[in-house]
Design a protein around this ligand. Structure first.
Ligand code: GDP
Ligand code: MN
Length: 386
């Protein structure tokens, strides 16, 4: 689950990490009032679940309440498009109005779960302000990575080492160490999968302040993170993904035109690879999961068919706990409920009751290509989408 910048900053502030003075605005007059209360130059920041706002026009520095109001008028209700969003962008319903900082240095400071070291790894760079992917491309030598032992945590010497390597002035080594330790506390206590302060800035008054903040929380831990769960903002999520979640279907919308329906995450990945190898592109990742019944299978197909960019549906099922005849009935059910939306389907079914399943589909009168192998599936997909 993703949080907004302003929500993340509330959490950081509570944990003792300095953030700029700021207020939330959902209307233009609230934006003007906020700018007036803060006084002087302010930054108007669109609150969306996507990065790259600066380049996309979602971050504007203005010097009066009136200018804050007119900037708010442009941003509120608009859709912000950045390199991290699709072409439709994400809706801007909330702004963060903050004091503008006088920045002398921008640092990247992040933490992620790292599979290789089986723990949290701290990532830092002097080349802050740009995305970590960009730094990795143009200045990889400027990226510091420090794996953290989960038993020992972040000891002060680790913070000092990072601060020294970032060429912090002597007087800021200790505060920086404190910030790194506190950030690690936030990371573990909120069950985060990623936390990113980019940029963490040094101001002309020699203060270290989190100018931007991003926090992603592990969905599997939300049940014990009630405060964070309450911060969810469904307006930022794909409506189909929200619906899928209600039915416990793992669905992620992608950019292609082949809807994929699979049981099992590994098989789903392999099926997406097959789709790409056939010269087409998957429109989604979808894992129905193990214990699906007719209704859940039908829901999965209906979700895929609701996506207008889908030209063909590729089904790749391995019947185990989910029997193939049950899945087949689910597909037929969906087709009966959404006859106008049905698209050509390529179906590969193996395992429990696959014969019954195939028979149900062949007798259904639907445009279904039954195939035996993934190679055949790829050929059919190529034929349909070309
Ligand atoms: P992002 O583009 O979505 O990551 O949004 P950020 O909050 O990181 O803002 C992008 C850039 O705007 C930062 O890297 C800064 O260079 C600049 N910026 C943000 N806040 C301030 C501020 O208070 N003062 C100044 N001078 N620049 C700022
Ligand atoms: Mn940023």
């Amino acid at each position: 689950m993703k949080l907004h910048e302003y929500q993340t900053k509330q959490i950081l502030k509570k944990a003792g990490i300095p953030v700029p003075e700021g207020h939330i605005a959902k209307t233009t007059s609230e934006a003007a009032t906020a700018a007036f209360d803060i006084g002087g130059k302010v930054v108007v920041k669109a609150q969306v679940h996507a990065g790259g706002r600066g380049k996309g026009g979602g971050i504007k520095i203005v010097d009066s309440p009136g200018a804050a109001e007119s900037t708010a008028k442009e941003m509120l209700g608009s859709h912000l498009v950045t390199f991290q969003t699709g072409p439709d962008g994400v809706p801007v319903g909330t702004l963060l109005i903050e004091e503008a900082l006088s920045i002398t240095k921008e640092i990247y400071l992040g933490m992620v779960i790292d599979g290789a070291s089986k723990g949290v790894v701290i990532i830092a760079s002097e080349a802050g302000g740009m995305d970590i992917e960009e730094i990795a491309e143009i200045a990889p030598e400027k990226i510091i990575q420090v794996p953290i032992d989960p038993i020992i945590g972040v000891q002060p010497f680790i913070g000092r080492k990072i601060a020294y390597e970032l060429n912090f002035p002597q007087t800021l080594i200790r505060p920086m160490t404190g910030i790194i330790q506190n950030l690690y506390k936030v990371f573990t206590q909120s069950d985060a999968s990623l936390i990113e302060i980019n940029p963490l800035v040094i101001t002309s008054d020699d203060e270290i302040i989190a100018a931007d903040a991003k926090l992603d929380v592990d969905d599997d831990a939300i049940f014990r993170q009630k405060n964070i769960a309450n911060m969810a903002d469904p307006s930022q999520e794909d409506p189909l993904e929200i619906e899928a979640k209600l039915f416990d279907i793992n669905y992620v919308k992608l950019d292609g035109n082949v809807g994929c329906i699979v049981n099992g995450a590994g098989l789903a990945m392999a099926t997406m690879d097959v789709t790409s190898a056939a010269g087409a592109a998957p429109a989604n990742f979808l894992d129905i999961g193990g214990g699906a019944d007719e209704e859940k299978v039908s829901k999965a197909l209906k979700i895929v068919l609701t996506d207008k960019s889908v030209k063909a549906v590729l089904v790749n099922l391995f019947g185990g706990i989910l029997r193939c005849d049950v899945a087949a009935r689910g597909f037929v059910l969906a087709a009966q409920e959404m006859p106008e939306a049905i698209r050509p389907m390529v179906v590969r079914m193996l395992g429990t009751n696959s014969e019954e399943g195939r028979e149900i589909l062949s007798k259904s009168g639907l445009s279904i290509n039954l195939v035996e192998t993934l190679d055949e599936a790829a050929d059919k997909i190529q034929e349909i989408t070309r």
